[in-house]
Write a protein that binds this ligand. Sequence first.
Ligand code: ADP
Ligand code: MG
Ligand code: MG
Length: 251
Amino acid sequence: MSTLLIKDLKVVAGEEPILNGVNLEIKAGEVHALMGPNGTGKSTLSETIMGNPLYQIVEGQIFLDGQDITTMSVDERARAGMFLAMQYPTEVVGISNADFIHAALNARNGNQPVAILPFLNELKQQMDFLEIDEDYADRGLNADFSGGEKKRNEILQMMMLKPSFAILDEIDSGLDIDALQIVAKGINAMRSDEFSCLMVTHYQRLLNYVVPDVVHIMMGGKIVKTGGPELAQELEKTGYADLSGAVEGSD
Ligand code: ADP
Ligand code: MG
Ligand code: MG
């Protein structure tokens, strides 16, 4: 079980203030969607929750299950059960996809090696489930993967690592309808009382397949509106323009 609590988070990248006081609570078992226009700080929030040192916290705190994780390293957060599917997954030529996931699992288990045969069996099973071709296990991590394949591969990593809290940053971008349904199937398969999730998306479309418990809208580095799934539908009709009045101190 994982509850994420973010209190008055202010973050700068370089000199630039990007997050201007984010408050957010995601309880165990909940899926939250985070929407908002481009450049508003959604990826910055995602990376900051995971501990990317490029983003400097100048104020506020992040708690996981009541424990203050604000200064923890990415590795420590991963071991605590957190997972980030990045908006732009990294390509690594020299290491195979299977080896990468196995290494990540070992690291997550505090370097207790995970037996290779059961690992490969489960990998094959999850790849079948996500309709990923078998030879993707031996190919370089994300190397020459299409945009959609990278996204599906992020879901594969999540299903193998079984985080208790996942952040999925634009996991739906660049997906055709078949790939979107497969990605949604993977996320829905993770849903349980033991799993919570922040899904960053521009589009309501994904939310037809993974129905969120809560929807937040971020503008100007703040969450300006929170509601249920109907908020995303409203947004699809009206766009963000009607909400710009809700942003204080933005230009
Ligand atoms: P979103 O994901 O909502 O599109 P981002 O978090 O990617 O927004 O970006 C928010 C703002 O922060 C943008 O103006 C972007 O240029 C800036 N930004 C993001 N990352 C960095 C960085 N590492 N250094 C400087 N500025 C950054
Ligand atoms: Mg963006
Ligand atoms: Mg982004």
